[in-house]
Design a protein around this ligand. Structure first.
Ligand code: NAD
Length: 256
């Protein structure tokens, strides 16, 4: 379905980003990976779908490196047809104890980076008359939790950016939508499970149960594969007129 298209997924060396990159590769898209840590493993997983894959290690907190990455993607594949803004980090503390540099990093990586990639990707999409921009927000783009001020602020902002991007391109073939997951068991959430287990002196399994029970009525994690399938839907012809939505996959979290 996506043969001949190029998808750039930020923060795709792990977790949800890698899951979405794999789902798009399965549909035939060429992939540009980004993120830290192991690169060879994720690259091999994408290449196993028989599609071209490339990698750029831009730090999403640095606008200059983001511009380099967008230019690199265009030089490798002509243009970016599908942009998935996924890179993100978390930090948990009450506002009065929230480290200023953590606040700045979360706003830069989880929110500002999407503005930079989007502004740089749009001109080529507009010239081609087709594009898909998918912002991986969070259920925290719709509702709040205590001790996540920077994250909740960034994700609400990302949902706002999604709507404006959708509106400014509404009469074209370019759509922009947000995905709002609840809990997904990735390294980002494993750290929160570990912290809960340590703080309460309980096992990992008990901490996982508590974490899910506090927020997610299904008591089940959403998987990167399920989120990848939603991204594929947004890229399909059936998604042509889906514009500016913030679609939660959250086990009922935001329905309460
Ligand atoms: P993860 O830690 O598994 O992956 C994060 C990815 O972002 C990694 O590839 C990492 O290398 C990359 N990254 C981090 N900082 C970066 C930077 N400065 N520059 C470039 N890349 C950077 O986390 P995940 O759970 O897969 O999270 C992915 C996205 O999904 C995030 O935006 C997160 O907020 C969102 N999300 C996650 C959950 C969840 O429960 N895991 C729920 C809702 C939303």
């Amino acid at each position: 379905m996506l043969k001949g298209k190029t998808a750039l997924v930020t923060g795709s060396t792990s977790g949800i980003g890698l899951g979405i990159a794999k789902a798009l590769a399965e549909q035939g898209a060429s992939i540009v990976l980004n993120g830290f840590g192991d690169v060879d493993g994720p690259k091999a997983q994408i290449a196993s779908h028989g599609v071209p894959v490339s990698y750029h290690g831009a730090d999403m907190s640095k606008p200059g490196e983001i511009a380099d990455m967008m230019a690199f993607a265009a030089s490798q594949f002509g243009r970016v047809d599908i942009l998935v803004n996924n890179a993100g980090i978390q930090h948990v503390a009450r506002i009065e104890n929230f480290a200023v540099e953590r606040w700045d990093a979360i706003i830069a990586i989880n929110l500002c980076s999407a503005f930079h990639t989007t502004r740089l990707a749009l001109p080529a999409m507009q010239a081609a008359g087709w594009g898909r921009i998918i912002n991986v927000a969070s259920v925290h783009g719709l509702v709040a939790s205590a001790e996540k001020s920077a994250y909740v602020t960034a994700k609400h902002g990302l949902v706002g950016l999604t709507k404006v991007t959708a509106l400014e391109n509404a009469s074209s073939g370019i759509t922009c939508n947000a995905i709002c997951p609840g809990w997904v068991l990735t390294p980002l959430v494993q750290k929160q499970v570990d912290a809960k287990a340590a703080a309460l002196g309980i096992s990992n399994a008990e901490a996982t149960k508590l974490l899910l029970g506090e927020k997610e009525p299904s008591l089940q994690f959403t998987t990167p594969e399920e989120l990848g399938a939603l991204a594929v839907f947004f890229c399909s012809a059936a998604g042509n007129n889906v514009r500016g939505v913030a679609w939660n996959m959250d086990g009922g979290w935001a329905a309460q």
